[in-house]
Design a binder for this molecule. Sequence first.
Ligand code: MLT
Ligand code: ZN
Length: 445
Amino acid sequence: MDILKGLPETTILWDPSDLEPYLRDESHLRGVLPLAVVKPRGPAALRELVRRAKLEGFGLVPRGAGTGKAGGCLPTERTVVVDLSVWPGEPRVSPQDLSLWAPASAPLREVKALAAAQGFFYPPDPNSWESCALGGTLATNAGGPNACKYGMTRHWVLSVDALLEDGDIHTFGISSVKANAGPAMGQLFIGSEGIFGLILGATLRLTPAPREYTTLLLPVKHWEDLLDLPGRLCAEGYLPSAFEFFDPAVLAELRAHGPEEARRLPGEALAILEFDERGCTSEVFLEGLLDLLGPVAEGLQVASDERQRQGIWAVRRMTSVFLKEHHPRKVSEDIVVPRSRLREFFAGVESRRIPAVTYGHLGDGNLHVNLLAAGETDPAQLEVQLLGLFKLALELGGTLSGEHGIGLAKRDAFLALGDPAHIQALRAIKRALDPQNIFNPGKVI
Ligand code: MLT
Ligand code: ZN
C-alpha cells in the first residue's frame, strides 16, 4: 500500500483476512474494511502517520483490545486502524505520589495487579477488566461496579500523554491531584473516544487498597423494593463500593439457562452489595446495615470468605456474555438516571411499553437495559423503542450513556437528543484540535 510505504517502526497489515477481526468490537455493529491496520512501536511511526494522514486525507482509528461496547474503535470510510497493542512502555508505580504511569497498551488487569502488589488500589473495573487495554478505558472513560463509590476512569487520571495533529506526543497534567494552571486539558481526552487525538499513556491516581470487604447477596420478595435502596443507603450514610442488580426477567434467564451457581439464585430479583471501608466487617456496621436491608430481603447471604465473595461476583461478571450467547442479536444500552429517580424510570419503561430486561449498576443509576428481541424487531420500531428509552432517561435528568460511550452506536441519538450547545462546543473543540478531521472521523459528533 503506497500511502503507508516505508512507515518507520511499524507493523502493517493489509491482507483482508488480517483486517477482518478489526471490523468488530463488543457492540452489535460492524465497521467497514480499513485501508490497513498499523501497529506503531515508537514516536517516529506516529509522526509520519499523522503527516501522511493529513497529506493523503485518511483517518486514524485508535484500537486497544477491541472490547468497547459502542463501536468507537470500528473503522469508518477511508481510515487506517491504529492498533496500539504493541505501543511500548513499562508501567511503574510511584508510591510517594500515589500514582502509576502506564502506556495505553498495558492490559488493565496488569495495571490493577501492579497497584495491588504494592498495597494500592486502582478502582476502575469495567466488566471487561480482565481483557481490555488501559488505553481503551481512558478513551471511553470506562466505569464498572466500583464507580458507585469511586467514580469513573476520569476521576483516576492525573495526566495524559496524547498524540496531537502536529504529530507529536504531549503530556497534559502532572503527578499530583493539585494542578490548577488553567482548565484540565488532559481530561478533555478522557472519554473523547480518540476524536481529539490518540491517548498513548497516562499517569493514574492510586489509593491505599481496601483491607476488608462485606459482600452480600440480597434477594428480595418484591422487586420494586430494590429501587429505593440505593438512595436510602446513601441517605443513611452507607456508601457501597458496588450495588449491582438483576431484574426478575434477567434473573429468570440466569436461573433457567445459566451456569450451575446461577441456577440456585434466590428471590424475585437480586442485588449484590459490597462495602470496603475500614470497619465494614464489624458487628456494629453489619447490624446497622441489616436494619435497612432486612425488611426487604428474602434470605440475605453474607460472603464469609474470599471464595464465596468471588463466587457471588462470578455470576455478575458473566451476565453480559451469557445474555449475548443466548440472544446474539440483542441490543444492550447503558443509560443513567439519578438514583433518586429509579422508580420513575422503571414505571416509564412500563408505560412506554419498552420491551426491556435490565441489570447492572443500580447503585449509581447506570442501568444495562437490554432489548433481547432487537434482532427480530423491525428496525424502525427498534429505533422508536431506543429513542423512547433515551428520552425517558433524559427527562429524568439522566443521560444516554453511563460508561460505554457514544462511538457509532449512539451517535445519531446523541446528535438528535443532545443539547445543541454542548454538541456545538464539542465540534468547535474538534475543529481547533483536529482541523483536518484525521482522528477517529465519524464518531461521537
Ligand atoms: C456490564 O456491566 O456487564 C457491562 O458493562 C454491560 C454490557 O454488556 O452491556
Ligand atoms: Zn456495566
